[in-house]
Design a binder for this molecule. Structure first.
Ligand SMILES: [Zn+2]
Length: 291
C-alpha cells in the first residue's frame, strides 16, 4: 500500500514537473527594471536587468534593437523617455532572434511607433507566425507570442542605415535559423569603437544537434556562427541578454566613472571560447549517444 502510494506520488511529481517544464519560464531578471543609460556615441541601453534592448539615436529617427517579452514595451518606452527621447521617433525595429524573450513585444511597438520591422530571412516565418513555425518550439504554445508583420527581409551581410548610422546584420544561426548578430561603429571624439551585439550562440535545453529532422544543418550553422563571431572586430561587447557580457558587474563600474567598462575585447573572446566549448561538448555527447 505504501509502495503503491509512493509510486503514485512519483508519477504525480513527474507529471507536475513535465507540465511546468512545458511552460515558458519568465525569469525575474527578465522583468526587473534596469536604469536606462548611455553606452557610447549614440548608443543607449533601454532593456531590463537581463533582457537587453538598445536604442541608437540619429537625427533622422531612432533604431530599437529587441522588443523583448509581450509585457516589455511599456518598460522599454519608459527607459527611452527617461533618456529624453521620444517613443514615436523609433523608425526601425530590429531583433537578435525570433524567440519570445526578444521579439514578443514587437507587435505592440510596431503598432505604437509605426516603425519598420526588419528581420533576417530565416527568422521571418517564425516572427510572422508568432513562433508557430519554430523548429523546436512549434508545438509549445507557451513559447508563442503575438505575430508581427515584417516590412523588410534581411540577408546575411545586409546593412540597415538611418541618419548616418549603418548597422550590419550577420547571420549567426543555430539558436534560431535566423539568429542575427548586429555590428556597427561608434565614432567618438577621438576614436572609433566596434560594437558587437551577439544574437545568441547558446544551445537550449532539448535542442537536437544530431539527426534533427526539422533543422538538419543545425550543428553546421552553429559552427559557422562561431567562425563568424570570432572574426568580428569587437571593442564594445554586448548581446541579447545582459548575462552574455556581464552587465550586472560592468554597469556599477560604468556608473562609478569607468567610461570604458563596456570596452571588453578580451571578455568577448573568452565568452565565445566558453560558448563554443559548451556547444562542442553537447554535440559530442549527442553524437556519442547516437552510436
Ligand atoms: Zn533565444
Amino acid at each position: 500500500m505504501i509502495r503503491k502510494n509512493s509510486r503514485a506520488l512519483i508519477v504525480l511529481a513527474l507529471s507536475v514537473f513535465c507540465i511546468m517544464r512545458s511552460f515558458a519560464q519568465i525569469r525575474p531578471e527578465w522583468t526587473h527594471p534596469f536604469p536606462a543609460f548611455h553606452i557610447a556615441g549614440n548608443l543607449y541601453y533601454v532593456g531590463s536587468e537581463d533582457l537587453a534592448a538598445y536604442l541608437i539615436v540619429t537625427p533622422q529617427g531612432d533604431i530599437l534593437i529587441n522588443s523583448n517579452l509581450a509585457s516589455s514595451p511599456p518598460q522599454i518606452k519608459k527607459s527611452v523617455e527617461s533618456l529624453g527621447f521620444h517613443w514615436s521617433d523609433i523608425k526601425i525595429l530590429l531583433i537578435s532572434h525570433g524567440h519570445y524573450d526578444h521579439c514578443a513585444g514587437s507587435a505592440e511597438i510596431l503598432r505604437e511607433t509605426h516603425a519598420k520591422y526588419e528581420v533576417m530571412a530565416q527568422d521571418v516565418s517564425v516572427v510572422q507566425s508568432g513562433g508557430a513555425t519554430d523548429f523546436h518550439y512549434a508545438n509549445d504554445k507557451s513559447m508563442h507570442f503575438p505575430p508581427a508583420h515584417v516590412d523588410r527581409i534581411l540577408h546575411d551581410g545586409d546593412t540597415v542605415s538611418l541618419g548616418g548610422v549603418t548597422l550590419t546584420a550577420h547571420l549567426t544561426a543555430g539558436h534560431t535559423r535566423g539568429t542575427t548578430t548586429w555590428t556597427f561603429d561608434e565614432g567618438e571624439a577621438s576614436r572609433t569603437l566596434h560594437v558587437v551585439i551577439v544574437g545568441s550562440p547558446n544551445v537550449n535545453p532539448g535542442y537536437k544537434l544530431v539527426h534533427n529532422a526539422r533543422y538538419p544543418q543545425i550543428a553546421a550553422d552553429y559552427r559557422h556562427g562561431f567562425a563568424v563571431l570570432k572574426n568580428l572586430p569587437c571593442d564594445i561587447f554586448l548581446g541579447a541578454h545582459g548575462g552574455y557580457f556581464d552587465l550586472e558587474a560592468k554597469y556599477p563600474r560604468f556608473k562609478a566613472g569607468d567610461k570604458n567598462a563596456f570596452i571588453d575585447p578580451a571578455g568577448y573572446k573568452a565568452y565565445l571560447a566558453d560558448r563554443e566549448q559548451a556547444f562542442e561538448a553537447e554535440l559530442k555527447k549527442q553524437s556519442t549517444a547516437h552510436h
